[in-house]
Design a protein around this ligand. Structure first.
Ligand code: SF4
Length: 771
């Protein structure tokens, strides 16, 4: 039933019946029907692989009476320790998996929205049948190619098989490229070093630059923080942090470069200027392994340190000192770069210029430099599948490439979809449905338009553990088991073992709580129901495996391992084949100039961008500050929370408030950090509730006035507000935790090449009148 077709629409239904339905659904969640009697039985142990930030730190779970009572790390684990014979630990997010597993606020039963708009509990058989029925109807009415797969981090690899190959949708939002760090990942691939250009070989480094990264506070697997500290202690490594904020990593650094936001591209070129002028670069590597050096040399020549100092607000002597230090330590010099420089309109050029420094000093795949990490080869779905099937999305063109409506967006040459453009595509009838799997796009950009889009879609399926902005509005809600209730397999690359491929696995530590299922079982349940309804044998494809464990064992067959073998014993990981440095060979080419990459060259021409490194100033793409909105805002991550998926945990909220010295306040939302100068001008003090406003939206959160914030620049953590599981209002759209969804400030601005959300927004801040 479409909003565009009739009077009784999903949007109307949601507005009229949503509150009652949501209240019924959430009432059960909040009543806390989990047992509150203390476990008393025998204590056993099991393993897990933390998936809260998807980086697989090994867990040892202590289980009593089917309840996880304690969690620790696994000694020597590739992601959770500093390497052999070192203690494995878990960060606050990882430890909170214990809370998440038994959290009474979880979604406990499958739900289906009735024709009258009520979201009702159903059993799994009904849920699968209804899902298949609505998917078939959707394909008939709209075409399956208008169904969007918004899977974030599934713990199974079969989700693409279900939505792309079997159902037939080419549309997918990839968290990595579209909402995380598209410019970093994609430039790395085009320049020749792959998307892993973001994690250097820390332990062997003598000079580490944390470029827009707070490694000690928001690490991707704890080996990163441990690797940096080990390099400092063992190698006497120099640590440099380039960040507008005085972060925890900046506090530990030898040099802090408090850079003006979005000017990283100018700093990188100025460093190249010094390194080239002073002939500190690796001539042999540049001569034999790079392409486009002359174009790079010309761009760098136009950015002497004095000019970069004007642009970046940094000191020219410091720029020279860091450039020399980095080049002289090379190849044992690594740059850690990820989201900080990528989530901006000029993020493509920032990351291209930064990545170019690696080629210039020749640290590619050398100890302590930019490591070209390798994965172990597990068997792919195609290799383990014993049946033939027809991949249905193979010849379908994503809408962004197919229709003229999007001809103004250069991104269409590179990526299939852009997160911020989905609402426009819904409006154009090119996207009509979505499956959100452990993801909440309402907090990833263009939030208000996304809410409208979700309500206008003909079919919304939510596979999640919590009620959030999407699951509250969904037609079908399938309650997902959390990570400790699932079998897991991790096939990592970067880790505390720079010379080994590795693998980690674990069987579920406890049974799925309440009436929930692991994602593998949910996807195969949908497939079986589709097989019944469509008489299409392709959908029976998963029936060759009786369990996820069997499927994992097939994936492990190339390594002559089983999940049982990984999971038993003292640890739950194995170090595999050793690999050396400089494996790239004679023919390897590092590209400074990307004119050889035709898709990029076309997109760059349309965007008015050079193919070689260059300086592009803030505001060329995206917001500029103004008299009305004089402050620059961007949101950041916290070590306590992950993408909104654990924001409902009260223990984490308390820890977060305590870390910010505001635990005495009732407030448990995100905080706005601003400089004393900006606070004084507005009559704001720490603990005040303030309103932040952009041209697109506004919201309230609590202020922290701190010298660690740069004047003119304000930040907060994302993932809060209306996406959370905590309810405070009557209407579904008002239900929220304290704090705000920072992406209500945002609209369509993005990096024009990858469509990566540009999170730098011009705002003003005023007192909200509370404290
Ligand atoms: S860094 Fe923390 S959240 Fe991420 S996988 Fe490791 S323990 Fe889990």
């Amino acid at each position: 039933m479409s909003e565009r077709e009739g009077t009784l629409t999903r949007r109307n239904l949601l507005k009229t019946a949503g509150a009652a339905a949501g209240a019924a659904a959430l009432g059960g969640c909040l009543s806390g029907d989990g047992t509150d009697s203390a476990p008393s039985g025998e204590l056993s142990t099991a393993f897990g692989n933390c998936w809260m930030c998807s980086h697989n730190c090994g867990q040892k779970a202590y289980v009593q009476d089917g309840t996880v009572v304690n969690l620790t790390g696994v000694d020597g684990h590739p992601r959770g320790s500093a390497g052999p014979d070192t203690e494995g630990t878990l960060c606050p997010k990882g430890l909170a998996q214990l809370d998440k597993t038994h959290d009474p606020k979880r979604i406990k039963e499958p739900h289906i929205r009735d024709e009258d708009g009520t979201l009702r509990k159903v059993d799994w058989e009904t849920a699968f049948e209804e899902t298949a029925k609505r998917l078939v109807a959707f394909a008939e009415e709209n075409g399956s190619e208008t169904f969007l797969d918004a899977t974030s981090w599934a713990e199974t690899s079969i989700f693409r098989t279900v939505w792309r190959d079997l159902y037939g949708s080419p549309e997918r939002i990839s968290r990595g490229i579209h909402v995380c760090a598209g410019p970093t990942f994609v430039t790395g691939g085009m320049m020749g070093v792959g998307s892993n250009n973001r994690v250097p070989d820390y332990q062997n480094s003598e000079y580490i630059i944390a470029w827009g990264r707070n490694i000690l506070n928001s690490f991707a697997g704890q080996f990163e923080a441990k690797g940096v500290l080990e390099a400092i202690e063992e190698n006497g490594a120099t640590l440099v942090t380039i960040d507008p904020q005085h972060t925890i990593t900046a506090q530990k650094s030898d040099e802090w470069m408090p850079i003006e936001p979005r000017t990283d591209g100018a700093l990188a070129l100025a460093m190249a200027n010094v390194i080239i002028e002073e002939e500190l670069y690796d001539e042999e590597f540049v001569e034999n392994h790079t392409y486009g050096f002359e174009a790079y040399r010309e761009a760098a020549a136009e950015m002497p340190p004095e000019e970069a100092a004007e642009i970046t607000g940094l000191d020219a002597d410091q720029i020279r000192r860091v450039a020399r230090g980095f080049a002289e330590a090379a190849p044992q010099a690594g740059i850690s770069v990820w989201t900080g420089t990528a989530q901006a309109g000029n993020g493509w050029k920032a990351t291209q210029n930064i990545t170019a420094l690696n080629g210039l000093v020749g640290n590619i795949d050398r100890p302590g430099g930019l490591r070209l990490w390798k994965y172990p080869a597990t068997a792919s779905f195609g290799q383990v599948c014993e049946e033939d099937y027809t991949p249905r999305a193979e010849y379908k063109e994503p809408a962004l490439k197919k229709y003229d409506e999007y001809s103004d967006y250069p991104v269409r040459h590179i990526e299939g979809i852009a997160h911020n453009l989905v609402p426009e595509m819904v409006d154009n009838d090119h996207i009509n449905g979505i499956v959100c799997h452990h993801d909440d796009p309402l907090k990833d950009g263009n939030a208000d338009a996304w809410i409208e889009a979700i309500e206008a879609m003909d079919l919304v399926i939510s596979i999640d553990a919590y009620w959030n902005g999407v699951s509250r509005r969904a037609d079908i809600v399938l309650p997902e088991a959390t990570q400790l209730e699932k079998d897991t397999l991790g096939t990592g690359n970067w880790s505390a073992y720079p010379n080994h491929k590795w693998i980690t696995g674990s069987k579920a530590a406890v049974d799925p709580q309440w009436n929930t299922k692991p994602d593998f079982d949910i996807l195969t349940g949908i497939a079986d129901a589709m097989a019944e309804r469509t008489d299409n044998d392709d959908w029976t494809i998963f029936q060759q495996w009786d369990s996820h464990e069997e499927y994992i064992d097939d994936q492990l067959s190339t390594l002559d391992l089983t999940l049982e073998e990984l999971d038993s014993g003292e640890t739950n990981y194995e170090l595999l084949e050793e690999y050396d440095y400089e494996q790239y060979g004679e023919d390897f080419t590092f590209r400074f100039d990307l004119d050889q990459v035709s898709s990029f060259a076309t997109a760059a021409e349309e965007a008015g961008m050079d193919t070689a490194p260059e300086w592009i100033s803030p505001g060329t793409y995206g917001d500029s500050t103004s008299e009305e909105y004089p402050l620059e805002f961007t949101d950041v991550r916290s070590v306590f929370f992950s993408h909104g998926s654990n924001q409902p945990h009260e223990r984490l909220q308390d820890q977060f408030a305590k870390r910010n010295q505001l635990s005495e306040e009732d407030y448990r939302g995100n905080y706005l950090y601003l400089h004393p100068r900006d606070a004084e001008e507005r009559g704001i003090e720490t603990g005040d509730l303030v309103t932040i406003e952009s041209k697109s939206g506004s919201g309230d959160l609590m202020a922290i006035v701190t010298e660690r914030a740069r004047p003119g620049f304000v930040t907060s953590q994302y993932g809060f507000g209306q996406t959370s599981a905590i309810t405070t209002g009557e209407d579904a759209r008002e239900r929220s935790a304290d704090g705000m969804n920072t992406m209500t400030l945002h609209d369509t601005q993005m990096d024009p090449i990858t469509g990566q959300v540009d999170r730098h927004i011009a705002v003003d801040v005023t007192p909200a009148g509370g404290d």
